[in-house]
Design a protein around this ligand. Sequence first.
Ligand code: ARG
Length: 567
Amino acid sequence: MKQIVIEIIENALKELDVSVPENLSTLIETPKDYTNGDFAFACFSLAKELKKSPQQIATDLRELMHNPPEEFEEIQTSGPYINFYLNRKLLAQNLIQEIKDKGNDFGSAEALNKKLVIEFPSPNTNKPLHLGHLRNMAIGESISRIAQANGYEVVRANLNNDRGVHICKSMLAYQRWGEGKTPIDAEEKSDHFVGDFYVKFAEELKKDSKLEEESQEMLKKWEAGDSEIIALWKKMNAWALDGFKQTYKKFGITIDKEYFESQIYKEGKDIILGGLEKGIFQKREDGAIVINLEDEKLGEKVLLRSDGTSIYITQDIYLAKVKFDDFNPDESVYVTGNEQEYHFKVLFSVLDKLGLTDKEKLKHLAYGMVNLPNGRMKSREGTVVDADDLISEIQSLVKKELEARDTLEEKELENRSLKISLSALKYFLLKVDVKRDMVFNPEESISFEGDTGPYCQYSYARASSIMRKAGEKPEVIYPEELEDKEAELILKINEFKKVVADAYRTMNPALVANYAYKLSQVFNEFYHSCSVIDSIYKGLRLELTDSFRQVLKNALNLLGIQVIEVM
Ligand code: ARG
């Protein structure tokens, strides 16, 4: 539609003998209030060249616009603005048909022949997932879906940081105090079982500072391939990974490619040594290999320790290359907390200097911190909030709500409450701009009213219920003019494709979440002001209801949220 507006303006400008501004497309705005039209062109920027007031230019241009094409009902001037009004009836007709034809694919672009590798949630295998990982997974999965809707082929990759001194800490504590027990003996989810020993280590360290050194020694033994240590590591890693897998499944994420730090950390060293030979890196007096990034104001960064042991960035340098070798992506995105911003700046710069990957293709999607309201639910570790525990807590809150409304069979209660809980959680985590720190409020997140996932699900279920109760569907008749709320609904639906594109361009699922909320609100207003079932326009209004249902479903799907037919 915008293209048509551009053409109309271009033609008028040509008739006026004015050069067409290069940024014409960006000069066309979408008015906040639809009573000012669906597109608006401001004439200020032409005033200088034409030596006329913007008001006059608007009037002159409007006159040259002759008869608008059928897609537009009206073109009006308002002071220095020219406002374009879409032909809403035609728009409704076209959209209803397109949504019917495309169904779940409505809003999705044609395949682009472009590939995205997106890495998330990339946990460490010494302890279970926490609230930060939930934000990570919600963002990673949502961006993956948004990318797919924009025509990308998407590879979801996960790096398991499964080696290093932090892993040895859990192992050491288990060796000392585990009494050979297993998670089954302890009747505990296996990654939580591993995490308990990480906590135990920290506690014991307070009494015995030698433990720190011992964990370093254990790491050396691990690197040397000591069979006893390797066996212990394999056993505990499997417990951690198995627990993660259950959480991924419950949360609804899938992973296409698993990477393991233990399998790649050595190769990183070779690349660093190669870079040293080429003079890209320097050897410091103490023997550490470093890169000087003063030019980029990133200071000096160690890439390999003096004792030759690799550090966090060492394996990442190799992994970046492996991803390009494995998939040859057009874009490679990393999802992590924003405390790693410096790390990724350095990483991308090093990769660029080594000529390993194109800097343009790399992106760090850094999200802000997420906390619970003060004083709420601390986990075993005392500081971070456990992911599984939080999901369970939300689910029991939702169950209570559902039980107060209705008697449901055990299985249905379980099923429905989980879907609502995940929608509450994902929506709340995604509605906030990715970059911002946030407070996750469990009670607020599950409310059926307000800016929440359950409110959107509820709106969907309401539309479903209307469709179920509708009975026969009469022929669609269009009134002389659509009611305001009908028009508003159709205009909102019409925005969906732009939202999908913008959300990927800005890598921000919040745009989709905010859209889903607005769309639900507009639908609820439509439903309250236009009766559906007892109206001569029943046919049309059912079609609008059904279109809304489909588009909201598609929007929520981009957030990883499943709809339910009955709340
Ligand atoms: N495991 C790391 C952490 O928990 C995140 C890894 C992010 N990915 C990467 N390629 N460095 O902090």
